[in-house]
Design a protein around this ligand. Structure first.
Ligand SMILES: [Mg+2]
Length: 224
């Protein structure tokens, strides 16, 4: 039986656009007259520094916005600033999850003839919350929440679930996390780009005998 390992953020539901909207509101508030486009490289750099120190998750993102008050705004953060940032990041409590069009029908269809495993990375509690709120958990035989998606983690999943490389595929939007490491451990990869993939996750995707490129999640039903 074919097994599909399926990424979650920006593959099943909107994620990066929510972060982008927070960044937009933050720049408007802290740096009137500057645009989020010109600030994005510096915002990303600060966020990556914070991830290295604190790991993934919304608390790290909030810390990076508070640190940015000194770095970009040139002043110490006041308690009012902290309250304002806390309000800006409220959408990251994921009270609603915007599942992409066609995902529910496609998963229901695929679940009749393939084994589906959800494979996501990030803060465990936050990812679990998003999975619960998405209402999609019941389509998956197992859910794996990883700290990183490197070849070692994919090899571990293969062992844990007794998966054969020839009949296993990783489906996702991130060249760096979903596509490259999957191909490296010998499983197939299905690349479904999201228009707003985070710069940190971007990489060129070279042709490969086990790489499939699709435009939409729905197209998976033609493939498997
Ligand atoms: Mg993703």
């Amino acid at each position: 039986m074919t097994t599909l390992l399926i990424d979650a953020d920006d593959t099943l539901w909107e994620n990066i656009v929510v972060f982008n909207a927070v960044n937009h509101a933050y720049v408007e508030w802290l740096l009137p007259g500057r645009t989020v486009t010109e600030m994005q490289p510096e915002l990303d750099a600060l966020q990556i520094e914070c991830i290295a120190e604190y790991g993934y998750g919304r608390e790290t993102f909030e810390k990076s916005l508070i640190k940015g008050i000194r770095r970009f705004g040139g002043r110490a953060a006041t308690s009012r600033d902290r309250d304002h940032v806390a309000a800006l990041v409220r959408p990251l409590q994921w009270e609603t999850i915007e599942v992409h069009d066609g995902v529910v029908d496609t998963l229901a269809n695929l679940a009749t003839r393939t084994r589906l495993l959800l494979v996501t990375k990030g803060d465990r509690e936050e990812q679990q919350l998003k999975i619960d709120r998405s209402g999609l958990a019941h389509f998956f035989a197992a859910i794996e929440i990883l700290n990183q998606k490197s070849p070692a983690e994919y090899a571990e999943i293969m062992g844990k679930h007794a998966l054969e490389p020839a009949s296993t595929w990783m489906v996702g939007n991130s060249p760096r996390s979903d596509i490259a490491p999957a191909l490296e451990v010998g499983i197939g990869a299905v690349y479904i780009p999201h228009p707003a993939t985070w710069s940190h996750e971007q990489a060129d995707v070279e042709d490969h005998p086990r790489l499939v490129r699709l435009r939409t999640f729905r197209e998976l039903t033609d493939q498997f």
